[in-house]
Design a protein around this ligand. Structure first.
Ligand code: ASP
Length: 443
């Protein structure tokens, strides 16, 4: 049994968090591979080391001294070291780094990668595990994609009897330079390690007890989702939920390795399990997996009598948006009308040009713009072929006096999307959450 574990920034923020990580690892001998992020925020208002490193690099690029920020970074790590009583001479490494920074002889990627590097050095010393540098096995192609098989093999060759700690977020280019993934990229490192070693599970430890059914800034204490499929995850993150992006964990999806999101601060909570599909449903009474949404959409709708008999109208309408390089999110249609929905920020700068082209090319009887629209999505693989779900959604919104501006459901029935006014956004999410979660609990 092998579990690859990844600990995010908040799990690495100070010595107290390191101790929690250690007891999680000691609780299960299968947890032999550990991937870590740079130190994150200790409290709200604190700074993430990664942000400080980017800031430092930007300062030096403009010829501004960044010694103050650099000292802040150094002292965060030295404090952790000293509080844990570790004998690790990091001072020289920090000094060497500062010299290269002052001489402008270090790239932003390499400098920023040191956040995870020092985290991993400290964690390896604290656990008595071996440090395995990500630059020694994550091998990028020239185009920035990961050369998977050689990378996997390189990691396998580094495995011994002892547990290992790997810094997340970066790897090596063919010319030897360090390259980082995009922000949040330690999740990818963990997924690559799990895929390389064919782990039984990839545990992603963070500071919430799994993916939540709704945004905790809107719904008080939302429940965690026990099981979610990759397809649902995509819907949830696309529609606005701040969750692990399904794209970042493609290496484990490819190998059918389950992902378990867990909470370092509540290690006994089971968290969320992510898989392609589930043989056993842990929660048969729950039909909705999550409720999510985003504000600030614009609907452009046009109507034209007799349009249903005309060929190519939808194509003509959509090609206007294509020419303006705007990706259309939804296109709900009636017999003689078409609506197109997309984020306002994308369409606003080109709005009048777009309207003029629609007018010219489609000659509609009416053309209207509705902005300040929010989309709210109820996502759930178990909604399919279950009558009454959409009825419940519309009834709940109706009772709360929320006017529905748009409705969209695909035939795969993985989600039901409604458009409401921005001002009704939070209420709509709350009302839906409570109508589903409460009713299911009563069953
Ligand atoms: N430290 C990096 C970031 O803040 C990567 C990570 O934590 O996943 O984006």
């Amino acid at each position: 049994m092998l579990k690859v574990t990844k600990f995010g920034g908040s799990s690495m923020a100070d010595a107290g968090q390191y101790r929690k990580v250690r007891s999680i690892l000691l609780a299960d001998p299968a947890r032999k591979v550990v991937v870590v992020s740079a130190a994150g925020k200790r409290y709200s208002g604190d700074h993430k080391i990664t942000d400080l490193l980017y800031l430092c690099h930007a300062h030096t690029q403009y010829g501004v001294d960044c010694s103050g920020i650099f000292d802040l970074i150094t002292s965060r790590y030295l404090e952790i070291r000293d509080e844990l009583g570790l004998d690790l001479p990091l001072e020289q490494e920090f000094q060497a780094l500062k010299k290269r920074l002052d001489k402008k002889s270090i790239t932003a990627d390499e400098l920023v990668s040191r956040g995870e590097y020092f985290s991993a050095k400290l964690m390896a010393a604290f656990l008595g595990f071996d440090f395995v540098d990500a630059a020694d096995w994550i091998l990028f192609n020239m185009d920035g994609t990961v050369d998977q098989e050689p990378s996997y093999e390189a990691l396998r060759n580094r495995m011994g009897k002892n547990g290992i700690v790997i810094p997340g977020f970066y790897g090596k280019m063919p010319d030897g330079h360090i390259r980082t993934f995009s922000r949040g990229g330690s999740d990818i490192t963990g997924a690559l390690a799990a895929a390389a070693l064919e782990a039984d599970v990839y545990e992603n430890w963070t500071d919430v007890s799994g993916i939540l059914m709704a945004d905790p800034r809107i719904v008080e204490n939302p429940q965690a989702i026990p099981q979610v499929t990759y397809d649902e995850l995509r819907e949830l993150s696309y529609s606005g939920a701040q969750v692990l992006h399904e794209g970042t964990i493609f290496p484990v999806r490819e190998k059918n390795i389950p992902v378990n999101i867990r909470n370092t601060n509540a290690p006994n909570d089971p968290g969320t399990m992510i898989r392609e599909r589930f043989e056993v449903d842990s929660d048969p009474h729950r039909f909705i997996t999550g409720i999510t949404g985003k504000k600030d959409f614009t609907i452009i709708s046009m109507a034209k009598r007799g349009m249903s008999n005309e060929v190519g109208v939808l194509r003509k309408m959509l090609s206007v948006f294509e020419r303006h390089n705007i990706s259309v999110d939804y296109a709900p249609n009636g017999i003689d009308n078409i609506s197109v929905v997309m984020p306002s920020a994308e369409v606003e700068p080109q709005l009048y040009a777009i309207l003029a082209e629609i007018q010219e090319e489609l000659k509609p009887d009416s053309l209207a713009v509705h902005d300040q629209i929010a989309v709210v999505a109820a996502v759930g693989r178990k909604m399919a072929f279950r009558p009454g779900i959409s009825g419940k959604i519309f009834a709940a919104l109706g009772q709360a006096d929320i006017n529905i501006r748009m409705i969209n459901q695909g035939p795969d029935e993985l989600n039901i999307i409604v458009g409401v006014d921005n001002k009704d956004f939070a209420t709509a999410i709350k009302v839906l959450y409570h109508s589903f979660v409460k009713q299911e609990e009563e069953q």
